[in-house]
Each structure stands twice: as C-alpha cells, then as structure tokens.
Design a protein around this ligand. Sequence first.
Ligand code: SAM
Length: 278
Amino acid sequence: MSKKKNNSKKKSLASKADRHDLYLKSVQCPEHEVWFLNKTFKKEFGRPAALLREDFCGTAAVCYEWVKKKTARNAIGVDIDPDPLQWGRENLTANLSQAQLDRVQLLQQDVRIVNGQKADIVAGQNFSYWIFKTRPELLGYFKSAHANLADEGILMLDMMGGQETLEEDREEITRKNGFKYIWEQKRFDPITHDCSFYIHFRFKDGSELKKAFEYHWRLWTIPEVTELLAEAGFDRVDVYWEGTDPKTGEGNDVYRVKKHAPSDPSWIAYIVGVKSKK
Ligand SMILES: C[S@@+](CC[C@H](N)C(=O)[O-])C[C@H]1O[C@@H](n2cnc3c(N)ncnc32)[C@H](O)[C@@H]1O
C-alpha cells in the first residue's frame, strides 16, 4: 500500500528536466558554429578573427566555446533575458580557466545597442533576428550590427525556408539520448508571414515539457534579408547554401557560396554580410 503511494509521488522526468540543457543537446553545436565562423572570417580576410560578438546569445554557449580554443580570442555575448545568461554562467563555465572566463563579457541588453569594442564577427544564430517583424526594425538591427563591427568584419546569420516551413501544425520529432526533441511549426500567416514555433521535449515515462521554448517571428526571405543588409551598409552579402549528399539526397552540412539554388522543400542557409575597408 505504502509502496504504491510512494510510486505515485515519483516525479516525472519532465518535472526534473532542465530546458536549457535539453536545448543545448538538441539545437546547438557550439564547436561547429565556432569552426564555421572562424573559417568564414579567415576566408574573407586571410587572418583569424579575435573578437566575436554573439547577439541573441542565450546561454552564451558559443562565446564560451570561442575563448576555449585560442588565447587570442575574446567574446561578447548579448541577450536581453537574464535567465539563459545566468544558466550559462552556472552550467557552462566549469571547464574554463579564470583567464578564459575573463575573456568573455556578457551584456544583458537589446542587441540594437551599439557599444563595446568593435568585433571581427557579429553572429545572430538560430533565426533569432526574425523577432524583428518590420522592415524598419530589421534594418535598424542590421545597422547596429554593422556599427558594432570593426572596419573589417562579418555578420553571420542563418535562414530557413522551403515549402515545408510554410505549413501549419507540422511537427518534426528527433530522437535524442533519453528524450525526444519536437520542433512544432504551429502557425504561418501567408499575408504577414507571422509565424509561431514551439520546442517541446518528450520523455520515456510519457511526460512532456510542453512549450519549453516558443518563438513568434516573421518568416523572412533571403532576398528581403540580403537587400536590407546592403541598405544597412554591408559591402557584400553572400549566401552559403548547403550541398546535397548524392547517396541520401539529404543536406551534407557543407555550405558554399551560391548565387542560385534548386527549390528544396526544407532548407537551412547562412547569410554573411561583409564589411570591408573602403
Ligand atoms: C532563439 S534564441 C537563440 C539562442 C542562441 N543564440 C542559439 O543560437 O541557440 C533567441 C534569444 O534571443 C534573445 N532576444 C530576443 N530579443 C532580443 C533582443 N531584442 N535583444 C537581445 N536579445 C534578444 C532571447 O532572450 C533568446 O535568448
């Protein structure tokens, strides 16, 4: 009798889960992001980048990874929400030395503020800039990112699109170690391009962390973004398109600059705004 009582009191896996930890395990790969940022800057300017400004940094996982690899690197992480910044401080810094930590500066503020040392790279990843829903708002952000860059620098953004991203009530379920990561496209308005996405996590005991993260964005298109970047002052804008694995027909995680691409039902690309010395 008492055993049954104890079992019923047992906490569900969802109630014990840490949403930031699950997000990191599902969405982000800081090592890969750092590798790609570095490679893209080096290709452009023939030298390594020293200062990364990670806009919309969340837990600042990419900033911590950036300073870990090389002593000549510094990072500024910017996020308006103190919660992920604090989680990152408490959970992502154990393997960093004091000297490495001293090279990370976290700013709890709006990404549109222009301040701090001018960066070699400004990165705004995971579609976060889609929070800006109007042309003037997005242009304003791109202008401040341009002003936060040194005379030679790049702004790295990612993009997603394709017919499937326009569908409502579409779920993509990915099996992870011990849980399932669910990306739900809930709503897409073809007139305004307003869209809502949710991240849920499902566990082996059937419990769920519903709406662990939610995003209410405008689904921008590549031409809109590239035109606004040019208007904001970037000297060149490149689109890095993912190649296809001939065996599977799926993306191969290799991104190269392309002027044209085939229509793919679901794609991810990078857009790089280049600021160079006149
Ligand atoms: C989609 S998450 C991205 C987290 C992380 N950069 C990544 O790549 O996974 C978006 C983040 O942007 C932050 N954010 C939203 N609007 C912002 C703004 N105007 N200025 C600064 N941060 C903002 C949110 O607090 C949230 O942490």
